[in-house]
Design a protein around this ligand. Structure first.
Ligand SMILES: Cc1ncc(C[n+]2csc(CCOP(=O)(O)OP(=O)(O)O)c2C)c(N)n1
Ligand code: SF4
Ligand SMILES: [Mg+2]
Length: 284
């Protein structure tokens, strides 16, 4: 791999017009600004699932770990627990994070694991050529549903707010500047940062026109510390009908992270070597 900055020279096989390119450039710029603020590149780790989104591990020149489909979040959680000094970023697919891996996403939010999860939500299984996912709209016609789905989609922002995520944002690949901002703020956030990215899949679900018509940025009047306001805003669009779609930071708060609590359980101070010793002892 030749170092040409943060983009590798691996051959890129995303389809022309794929929204993954926009996420790649937004993430590259966000990572660069984190590096400029003093975090060494060697201390940044990218974890991906399996899917088109997962090729980010090949295309971004940071330490990376290709995990398995549906297990992106637990791998990232484990890396952060073992090495709290690392900045851990996940690129997950919507099939990956919202279907097979949903329980992991919910528990990472509940635990406030200090990782950043970017979901490439193209609302379809891209790599396996067009099956529906939990955020595909009712009636979506794809490989596994030629007659149209009979299921309502769910709203991942509502799930994440209910699960205790301390940073909840939505971006869109039709708005690169805003996307770079919500990703950068997510990486800097201390605690579980969740970013749902409405990503255009040029080959199996091209919603460019819909997003261009409906997406707007949350304004100055939106208060990020207001949980019920964030919930109400998240419910404005149900991932189904054509209505205004807000992007930006819906909610942000601070509470102790999982790693902080593992270091210092209530009533006792336990440093990491002592904790590892205890785990090893309990196995024998
Ligand atoms: C454990 C496991 N389950 C299922 C698969 C098959 N599989 C690979 S990629 C994929 C779907 C990917 O969709 P998504 O996560 O939305 O990513 P995208 O390709 O859209 O970026 C599936 C079902 C697998 N490889 N491993
Ligand atoms: S199938 Fe869709 S998500 Fe996958 S590379 Fe092509 S356009 Fe992108
Ligand atoms: Mg997908």
């Amino acid at each position: 791999m030749t170092d040409r900055g943060l983009i590798t020279d691996a051959q890129n096989t995303w389809c022309p017009g794929c929204g993954n390119f926009v996420i790649q450039f937004a993430l590259r710029d966000a990572i660069q600004s984190v590096i400029d603020s003093g975090i060494e590149r060697e201390r940044i780790v990218l974890v991906t699932g399996i899917g088109c989104h997962a090729k980010m591990a090949d295309y971004l020149n940071v330490n990376s770990f290709y995990s398995i489909h549906g297990r992106t979040v637990p791998v990232a959680t484990a890396i952060k627990m073992a090495r709290p000094d690392l900045t851990v970023i996940c690129c997950a697919g919507d099939g990956d994070a919202y279907a097979e891996g949903l329980d992991h996403l919910v528990f990472a939010a509940k635990r406030n694991s200090d990782i950043t999860v970017i979901v490439h939500n193209n609302r379809v299984y891209g790599l396996t050529t067009g099956q529906y996912t939990p955020t595909s709209p009712l009636g979506f016609r794809g490989r596994s549903t030629p007659g149209g789905t009979r299921e309502e989609p769910f709203n991942p922002l509502e799930i994440m707010l209910s699960s205790g995520a301390t940073y909840v944002a939505r971006g869109c690949t039709r708005r690169k500047k805003n996307l770079e901002k919500v990703i950068g703020e997510g990486i800097r956030h201390r605690g579980f940062a969740f970013i749902d990215v409405l990503q255009v899949c040029a080959s199996y679900f091209n919603l460019s026109d819909v997003y261009d018509r409906h997406v707007y940025e949350l304004g100055e009047g939106h208060r990020e510390d207001n949980f019920s306001g964030a919930f109400e805003k998240a419910r404005e669009w149900d991932y189904n009908s054509e209505s205004p779609i807000s992007i930006g930071i819906f909610y942000r708060t601070l509470r102790p992270t999982l790693e902080e609590r593992m270091e210092k359980p209530p009533g006792q101070i336990m440093n990491r070597p002592a904790l590892i010793t205890k785990i090893l002892e309990s196995r024998t």
